[in-house]
Structure formats: C-alpha cells, structure tokens
Design a protein around this ligand. Structure first.
Ligand SMILES: [Zn+2]
Length: 364
C-alpha cells in the first residue's frame, strides 16, 4: 500500500503473471461535514473484502485498489481532486485552488508530507483494463423497487444557473395589485413551472434550491429575486432543451409582468456513459446472486465519471435504506453488502474469462 501525491491510498494485488494487465477498484475516502459512515468508504472496504475473499487465489489480471481523496469538494470547492490525478487532469489551476483559510491544494499536499511535484506519478498505469466502483445509491429508487443492487448506465449531466427577476420595490399597502412589478411573485410562478416541466419529462430532475428576495421585508414588494436552478438528465440534448424551455418561460413571465430578467450559467457538465460491456457483465453478475439487476442513472457525480475519461468504467449501487445520504442516519443493509460482495466475485470471474481481458492480453 502507498499514498500517491494527491493523497489517494493505493494498493496492489498481483496477477498470476507479471505481464498481466490490472483491474482498478475503488471509491473515495473523504466525506462531507455531518456525514454518514458509508458514502465512498463502503466502496473501498468492499474492494478490500473482495480481495480477502480470493484467499490468495491469483487471477489473470492484477487488482489495484484506490481510496480516493477529496471527492466531495468540500474543502476547495471543486470535487474529484484525487481521481483527477489518475487521469492526468490535476493541473496547476486546480493545485492553486484555495480553501477558506487561503491554503492551496498544493500547500495542503505539502503539509500532509507529500510532494505536489510528484502528482504526475499518480497517473493510471498503462495496463489498467477498467475501473469498477461500488457505492451506496444515496437515493430512494432501489428501496422503492425492493431490490438490493443496481447497475449504473450513465452519470447525469448537470446544468446550474442563476435567474434574477428584476421588478420594482414598492409599498405593500398603497400599491394596487394591477400596478405592481413583483419580482418574488414572478419567481414563484416560474418555480412551479420548473417543477411541472421536470414532472412531465421522464428522467429529468430540476430543483430550485435557493431563493433570495430583496429587500426582504414583510410590507415591501420585492424588487429583486434570485433563484438558482439545478437541472440533471442522462441525455445532454434533452437537458439543453429543458434549460432553453425554462429560460424562455422565465423570459415570458418577466415580460408579461413588466420585469427584467438576467441569467447566469454556473455549470454545464456533460453526462458520462458507463462502459456498455462492463454494464452487461455487472448485470449478469447481479443475476448470478439471485437478484434482479436494476439499470439506472446516477443523479450524483462519482469518481467513475472522471476515470471514464481514460478507461472503461462502471458502477454498482447498493440500496440506501430510507434513501438517505450525507447525514448521520445514512445506512446500508448487511445482507445487501453480502450480495454486493457476491456480485463482485462473480464479476471478477466473468472478467477473467472475458473478451476485454483477451483483447488486452493479445495486444500485450
Ligand atoms: Zn460518494
């Protein structure tokens, strides 16, 4: 086991022959404030348990386990700092990011006793076949279906934007209803439209998570209202169309009510497809455990979307009791963990006999 320059904990289990490629398993070790005990770390522990279950049996590929650092982006405001080092995108700009105390990623790495100059050495080995990540679902879908395991087909793309409705501040008592330009009422009309659009579009999730009205007094008509939008879907096309529709609707509402509208896009992150071959293999492995695999989309980002830039990647989700995550009440059923482990064993056997490995071995 060693710790690379980005703070990722890495270990390696040798193959039956030194010339063999390797399979990468992992997840992240960091978490959020007031977190649960399973987000990320369960995926790392499952990988270690999977190796233990081999009882020393050697495979036609090595297995590398990575426990990624800084996936959540809590400290520096940018997620996936650890896994980005493996695909070679932990660049100077990221290393210069600062936390709330003005400490840069670079300095934090040095303070931890590692060398930022060696970040390039953390990159994936050329012989890496694929990346597989176990993770709790962090949502209610598997529980609602009464099934323990899901296979992720894609990680959603995301749009984040801020809409500002600009009306006119005035007296709440003396201004008749037909002579108002109420920025908060306009935003409220738009927000219910956002919810309706998502409800009528399969797979789309849309959230207005923050609203700020100014001046914010009980007896004053709001002159300015800021509302955020978080829009996610597995299809980038559909997400772009939904963003256009919601922007048009905001413009129409603003125009009808005599308001100005400003819009700022904060994030436009494409969806990431998981590797179809691996998805099929995971589907088979889940069936072998006696469970019905559920093919699903991940609504949250994960290290797998970063690794997918360089190697075939896929994820297996474990049911989240109550659908709860990022909270101390986050949990997992012990029987589901056993099923995940069993699925992992089947998957390793399937991959050992797969065309993925054969193609790689012939090339080498
Ligand atoms: Zn996570």
């Amino acid at each position: 086991m060693n710790i690379d320059a980005a703070g990722n904990v890495r270990g390696f289990y040798f193959a039956d022959h030194p010339a063999r490629p390797r399979l990468l398993l992992g997840s992240h070790l960091d978490t959020v404030p007031n977190a649960g005990a399973y987000d990320g770390v369960l995926g790392v522990i499952l990988a270690v348990a999977l190796l233990e279950s081999l009882e020393g049996r050697r495979l036609p590929f090595g297995i590398e386990i990575a426990g990624f650092s800084e996936e959540e982006g809590v400290r520096f405001g940018t997620p996936f700092i650890g896994s980005r080092a493996l695909v070679g995108t932990l660049d100077d700009q990221l290393l210069d990011l600062q936390d709330a105390d003005g400490i840069s990623v670079r300095t934090a790495i040095t303070n931890f006793g590692l060398s930022p100059l060696e970040v390039a050495d953390a990159v994936l080995h050329d012989d890496t076949l694929a990346y597989i990540e176990f993770h709790i679902e962090q949502g209610p879908v598997l529980e609602s279906l009464g099934t323990p395991l899901g296979v992720v087909e894609a990680i959603v793309g995301q749009t984040r934007a801020e809409f500002v409705f600009l009306g006119r501040v005035n007296h709440a008592g003396t201004t008749p209803m037909h002579l108002r330009n109420d920025a908060l009422a306009a935003a409220a009309e738009w927000i219910t439209g956002v919810e309706q659009t998502a409800q009528s579009t399969p797979g789309l999730v849309a959230t207005v998570g923050r609203v700020e009205a100014k001046p914010g007094a009980v007896n004053v008509i709001a002159g300015e209202t800021r509302a955020t939008l978080d829009l996610r879907h597995r299809s980038d096309d559909l997400r772009a169309r939904a963003a256009d529709t919601l922007t048009r609707r905001a413009e129409q509402i603003a125009e009808r009510r005599g308001l100005q509208l400003e819009r700022r896009v904060l994030l436009n992150q494409p969806a990431v497809a998981m590797d179809p071959f691996l998805v099929d293999q995971i589907d088979i492995a889940i069936r072998k455990t006696g469970c019905e695999p559920y093919r699903m989309t991940s609504g949250a980002g994960h290290d797998a979307m970063i690794l997918a830039e360089k190697v075939p990647s896929a994820m297996i989700f474990l049911r989240s009791p109550g659908g709860i995550s990022h909270d101390p009440s986050e949990s997992v059923n012990i029987e589901d963990v056993a099923k995940a482990l069993e699925c992992g064993s089947h998957l390793i056997d399937l991959l050992a006999n797969s065309s993925l490995l054969q193609a790689r071995t012939t090339r080498a």
